[in-house]
Design a protein around this ligand. Structure first.
Ligand SMILES: Nc1ncnc2c1ncn2[C@@H]1O[C@H](COP(=O)(O)OP(=O)(O)OP(=O)(O)O)[C@@H](O)[C@H]1O
Ligand SMILES: [Mg+2]
Length: 345
């Protein structure tokens, strides 16, 4: 499924449509869009009111004639037309004019590992609507591994874990290809959901989903690990009275609450390692796992993975943009294919 480096080098722009954020890379200009995959629509007129950060801020705060929609869900485009309108707006007129000048516009996009043909079709249709005459698809795992500068094309194992909003994908790569991979449908959204449910059940507090991130940030550093602060204060709404209330939350209990979704991720890691040839596992013991994706920043996740596997675990320098930067690097020709030495007799 993954396009060749030659095909990618001919592309003019690349898109990573994520469940949480959309990113666009334009050849020669770099990363030009990194915004939430959200659009606000006027339901009376059908007009687009806002996209990206602004639309996300409107979520839960709109009058009933404005609807905040997410055209990408579970890692694939569910509303092609809305995704096109959102991307058009995010890219902006000036950049769109630059792209329109290309005689045969080619686009690259990353798709989740093992995505079904329908989901791939939806991604292609979205970009065709933006004017692309040809769309090359790249497995997110390969794009992310290239983006965090792993030596994927060498005959040694590298393991990458893409922690997205909708799913966590992991793979062992060698010689530029995926050796074994898994996609676990648990990501940052499931973790946020577990925290919201915990506060609801244990403290009878309703927390808007947008406030979960500030909670995670408050707990970051080593907040969600055993060494972090024992308690933290959170503001929300009482489930019964509907009034604003703050509660003192035990961080150890929050840690336990997010354990369930994280266990599924650790199971996936075990499965990938079991399916991997022994020689490659031996390489991984030295090199370890590289975490990318926004949820790699989830406090304590790296430590949990280190404990579960006994292997070194590193978080990429800019984990959230690795996949799109990888596509960008391949488009700009910064990645060289493996040079095979001539066989001598
Ligand atoms: N500092 C942080 N701490 C904890 N979680 C974070 C942090 N920053 C981002 N996230 C989480 O990362 C997720 C977004 O990651 P990313 O941008 O990789 O998702 P995506 O590419 O849109 O999703 P997907 O690839 O699954 O479609 C969100 O669920 C968000 O809550
Ligand atoms: Mg992603």
């Amino acid at each position: 499924m993954t396009a060749s480096l030659d095909q990618l080098r001919r592309c003019h722009f690349a898109v990573d449509l994520g469940a949480a954020r959309s990113r666009v890379y334009i050849k020669g200009s770099g990363l030009v869009v990194d915004q939430p995959s959200v659009a606000a629509v006027n339901t009376r007129t059908g007009a687009l009111i806002a996209v990206g950060e602004l639309a996300e801020r409107m979520n839960g705060r709109t009058p009933d004639y404005i609807r905040v929609v997410r055209p990408v869900s579970g890692g694939s485009v569910v509303d092609i037309e809305m995704a096109q309108r959102m991307l058009r707006q995010l890219i902006g007129d000036r950049m769109r004019r630059t792209l329109r000048r290309k005689p045969f516009l080619r686009a690259a996009a990353c798709t989740p590992h093992g995505s079904d043909p329908l989901a791939r079709r939806a991604t292609i249709e979205t970009l065709v609507g933006l004017g692309a005459r040809r769309v090359e698809l790249v497995d997110t795992l390969i794009a992310a591994a290239v983006g965090c500068e792993l030596p994927v094309e060498r005959p040694e194992a590298t393991m990458v874990m893409v922690c997205g909003a909708a799913a966590t994908q992991l793979a062992v790569l060698s010689l530029g290809s995926i050796v074994t991979a898994q996609r676990v449908p648990v990501g940052g959204e499931a973790v946020d959901h577990a925290i919201v449910q915990h506060l609801r059940h244990q403290h009878e507090l309703m927390l808007p989903s947008q406030s979960v991130r500030p909670l995670q940030v408050a707990l970051s550093g080593n907040g969600l690990t055993a060494q972090g602060p024992a308690f933290t204060d959170i503001h929300g709404r009482d489930v019964a009275t509907g009034l604003a209330r703050s509660v003192r939350v035990n961080t150890a209990a929050v840690r336990d609450a997010i354990q369930t979704p994280l266990t599924a991720i650790l199971d996936g890691v075990g499965k990938v390692l079991r399916e991997c040839p022994p020689d490659l596992v031996a390489d991984l013991a030295d090199r370890g796992i590289v975490m990318v994706g926004g949820s790699a920043l989830l406090p304590g996740l790296d430590q949990m993975l280190r404990q579960a596997t006994g292997m070194p675990v590193n978080i990429a320098e800019r984990p959230d943009v690795c996949a799109i930067e990888g596509l960008g690097a391949m488009m700009e020709g910064r990645i060289q294919p493996l040079e095979l030495h001539k066989l001598t007799r």
